[in-house]
Design a protein around this ligand. Sequence first.
Ligand code: LFR
Length: 476
Amino acid sequence: MSRFAAVDLGASSGRVMLGELSGEGVRLSEAHRFPNRPVRVGGTLHWDILGLYREVVHGLRLAGPVDSVGVDSWAVDYGLLDSGGALLGNPVHYRDGRTDGVMERVTAAVGAAELYDVAGLQFLPFNTVYQLLADRPERAERMLLIPDLLSYWLTGEIGAELTNASTTGLLDVRTHGWAWPLIKDLGLPERIFPPLRAPGDPAGTLRPDVAGELGWTTAVTTVASHDTASAVAAVPAAGSRFAYISCGTWSLAGVELSEPVLTPESLAADFTNETGVDGTVRYLRNVMGLWLLQESLRAWGDPELVPLLAAAGAARPFAAVVDPDTPAFLPPGDMPTRIAAECRRTGQEPPADPPQVVRCILESLALGHRRAIRQAVALSGREVEVIHLVGGGSRNDLLCRLTADACGLPVVAGPVEATALGNILVQARTAGLVADLAEMRALSAAQPLRRYEPAGDDAPWAEAEALLERTRPGRG
Ligand code: LFR
């Protein structure tokens, strides 16, 4: 039996998962789960990075001796190190407002088509490139993305993992190397970008002091350190005719390709070409995701979710829908009030109570899924027979059902812990226990899954979609 630990940090919680591989497949268990609570200090929203590191080490202690460890987290954010390897300031949260207006300035100066042709990335205001330009990292020696920073603290070794580097806006989508000409043009210091490493590469061994704390040592393996890349690696699909939605704080909805799509239509639809394992392309769009629900729950004082979802299931369908990607929904804040304002702007009666707000959020998300997946199919030419919905959102029965109905395709829900599973399976492959991506996916397909067939009534979805199109800012 081989044992691997996946350190998996999401925007709202982190976990250390243990994966045990035997002839019978993978047994996943949770060694430690902890909340990830950002801290606003001096007007800036930060991650509590040292607190997260403490929980990671504690989780490894609870997991016990393992053959290897891999670290993944959300993308785009980073810590800056000085020449002695010390952290320069606390990493900033991608939802912080310091990047306001930066993307617009860079796009005006460089050109959207030019940026897209280099990096092939969706224009999100928090992409690393805009954060770096807001931070002006003159004093920094190195920039380490969050999982690379944690791996550095665990091993003392520095590197930039490829799948996550592909979310910076500074990686060349064709060569998979740093986009040096763009980096120079933007005036960013070249020295801060570490050498690249790919999923499966060794990342070092635990530092003696860390091993001393744990009472054992182990290798650290480079995994697909962008959580979405790990999740897509563990989509339980056979063949290539599938779409995926990695659904948690964000919904990342799209298809897997072997070549990027960099057409003007793809740029106009704002699709991303992120790098997956083994040179695959994660052709997808960020849909705002369960963030809308998480922030609403926070505004309501965190009521119990199960009864609320049951009430939302019984609430009137299509009472109101919003575009989940409305920019005002991005920063933390009072989400129910923002949703009500968006309903009024689009001529709809705002939802009256929490169950109706939840219904509105889940129908709106299902519409976001429908739009992203239909566009991914149209823009890439990839035919799709099934949608795999993985991650925490796959537990949400109502959302899975609405997504199947909205997309007019069967939805296979699960695994819930696809990200940790993808992390573990890449380590298992490095250890020689798994052959390739297809075998990884077959192992994932043995986890508990649920299937939802579409109801087959497209009319209300088409009507709701038409309303969103009609009222999209910039239209008519
Ligand atoms: C999902 C995710 C998305 C990325 C967003 C911000 O957890 O990694 O892929 O766009 O978080 O980093």
